[in-house]
Design a protein around this ligand. Sequence first.
Ligand code: KIV
Ligand code: ZN
Length: 504
Amino acid sequence: MSTHIKLFDTTLRDGEQSPGAAMTVEQKVEMALALERLGVDHIESGFPISSQTQFEATRFIAETLKKSTVVALARLKESDIDSAYETLRTAKNRMLHVFIATSPIHREYKLQTSKEELIRNIADKLAYARKYFDRIEFSAEDASRTERSFLIDVIRTAIREGATTINIPDTVGYAVPWEFGDLIKFIRENVQEFEKKKVDLSVHCHNDLGLATSNSLTAIQNGATQVEVTMNGIGERAGNCSLEELVMTLKVRSDLFDYHTSIDSKLLYPTSKLLQYITGFLIAKNKPIFGDNVFSHESGIHQDGVLKNPATYEIMNPSDIGRSTETLIMGRHSGKHSFKSKLEQYAISLTEEQFENAFTKFMQVADTKNEVYDEDIFNIVASLLGSFPLGYRLSYFHVYTGNTLLPTATVRITNGGKEYVSAATGDGPIDALFQAIDSALGLSPILREYLVNAIASGKDAQGQVKVIIELDGEQFVGRGTSTDITEASALAYINAINRNLFRK
Ligand code: KIV
Ligand code: ZN
């Protein structure tokens, strides 16, 4: 019988550590619900001590989820463990995730600690954590670059002191498959407690060399019982092992792998789309599994083959991953019922109030565009979840531009009862607009990224603008959508400023 591999999803923790991928509390809760429906076993919802947003998001997710285990990250520190417990106390299923770096380079430069002190610290803090948690995952950060004999000492200590899962991260994405597989085999052979105490052996691979999925698959073949993944492979630097690649490899190559996950693969594509719209991280056309080109064929020979039998050039069906070949186009005559079933098709669950707001927005979009595509719907939901109840609102703007004019912009912004008006010139219309907003609000953020995308197709397609600004030493993402990209730019810029305001 095929063996079940547990999936530990860290989209909301490691994934959110991708620069610019920060999510609001509402966005994280919506994503957590989507991941739970998808079927992941564990959802790491954040690092509660690191910020108020992370704390609140973990607390809400813990209160909301019914099936998946909610996991909170903590350093080996009592204050971190307390904070994790505070957020998880109402969870139906909860687990603590503690980590400390074990490799020589981290011990010497980052922690400045000896092996003995590290072992003592692990024992002390796990004894403390055990008072609150009966399920604890222990991660030996940078395990793949740690001396093997010391790693075995660390693992034995952690299991003796109550860890129920041992996680082996390839933190810097340095390992290659046969080496990583050999490490997992070595650990299994040298720590009998995995068998005796039914402790899970987990892996957490980063993608710096593009090997995260291969390394995770090799780990499974050598005895790992859990894999840590993120949707769309987002995460620190080059990201983490991608959930969809791992799941679909096990499925498509079930002739080679006698392992399965509890993922409902038909929900993969909708879940990926939701994340893309929430974070603004749209994936490349050639990306495995979800890229636009994965099921399109350019060469005549390929097209001919696919028409005769799709299996000639396609190793999976679009429907296997929930990618419908037919898109129901909606318009202003589509009622609440069809809007609701569209959300259900994509496994999006909104509260009643959110649903009403989304439907109002949908009708506004349907009034400006004749045809509303699935992409527009994702965007409506994502922008709604990313909005802030309080903050600056764009009341109006004017931009004058041309190749013989100095671009000039005027803006009026409101916040509560206050209004802020200013005008400015710039190198181009968008620069003038951003300068006017800065001058009206008395702020001087640094613009780090500016990106425009067309949502769906057609001349009346909406433009989605994503900006990343740096303010008070931190980066904030902002998104705005409109059929007018100048307006979308102003909305995105103000959205990023509101995120900073919200943080304060
Ligand atoms: O990459 C890493 O080592 C981590 C740990 C916290 C598991 O993210
Ligand atoms: Zn990581």
